[in-house]
Design a protein. Structure first.
Length: 293
């Protein structure tokens, strides 16, 4: 079976580390910069319109500029690999989770040390979601629990445990008190953060759910699935407002779909999503038709 190839041709310039210009390549000129981490990068998230935050196996958290590619701040304090990073957009607070079972909060314009600790999980922390105003934080772990925290005081405001609920990812619904969670038990749960109770559970999929994301209008959520040899590995679009059911699936990856995200919508662009996979590909899909771009 032949390889899938894009019908769209692109043209750009490659930039080598020494500053010389190479031959034409895919669109969007790329430029190399000094690495922000000394080991593999495990997580990345938007921080502000021109900044991103990343976490790595080197136990550090780095803040970098989208525009220049330069690392602006580096935070250290975790004892083991950083598993997740996040921040409320337009916030100066950064949150990181780690295999050391803790979550830390960092101030973008503060000292290099953490401004708050959130200990309490018994195993690696694998889910992290901050409320839009950055006042509350939800965390999830392989210990089958989801916790809610006050970011100012570090106080645990609630803790809920569900058997076999090995959390893989968390994301907050914009403008709502709800948090979406994926799990190794193949389900996607909607948590009401006010009482930290499950408000809705979508029908279980056939494979482990690895990641989730919510559209900016809060109407839809995405989840991605594990898979192998073309079985599973799809992303699924779910309705959060009306039927709360499955809308469509995005199939085409041959190995586990590791991440999924709604792409920013431009005035002349149809809603799109992107997925990444262990098959070494990233695919962009038309949200409504599930067609690849």
């Amino acid at each position: 079976m032949g390889q899938l190839q894009s019908k769209i041709s692109f043209h750009t310039t490659k930039y080598r580390a020494d500053g010389s210009v190479g031959q034409a390549g895919p669109a969007g000129a790329s430029q190399q910069h000094s690495p922000a981490h000394t080991d593999a990068v495990t997580s990345v998230a938007a921080l502000q319109p021109d900044l991103c935050v990343s976490g790595g196996r080197d136990k550090s958290v780095a803040v970098s500029s989208w525009r220049s590619g330069a690392a602006l701040r580096r935070f250290t304090g975790h004892e083991r690999e950083v598993t997740k990073v996040t921040s409320a957009l337009d916030s100066s607070r950064v949150f990181s989770a780690s295999r050391d079972k803790t979550v830390m909060m960092w101030e973008l314009h503060g000292t290099s040390g953490p401004s708050q600790h959130f200990p309490g999980h018994d195993l690696v922390v694998t889910g992290l979601a901050v409320s839009p105003d950055a006042s509350q934080l939800c965390t999830g772990s392989r210990d089958n629990t989801v916790c809610k925290w006050d970011t100012e005081t570090g106080e645990c405001l609630g803790r809920a445990a569900i058997s076999r609920n090995l959390v893989t990812h968390l994301c907050w619904v914009p403008g709502e008190p709800y948090v979406i969670q994926t799990s190794e038990d193949k389900t996607i749960r909607v948590w009401d953060s006010r009482e930290l109770q499950v408000a809705h559970t979508f029908p279980a999929k056939q494979h482990i759910q690895t990641c989730c994301d919510v559209s900016q209008d809060g109407r839809y959520c995405l989840s991605s699935s594990s898979g192998c040899a073309g079985h599973g590995a799809e992303a699924t679009l779910w309705d959060l407002r009306q039927t709360r059911g499955q809308v469509c699936e995005y199939k085409g990856h041959f190995q586990t779909t590791t991440s999924c995200v709604f792409l920013p919508r431009g005035p002349t662009l149809a809603p799109s999503i992107a997925t990444s996979s262990s098959d070494s590909t990233v695919k962009v899909w038309d949200q409504g038709t599930a067609g690849r771009g």
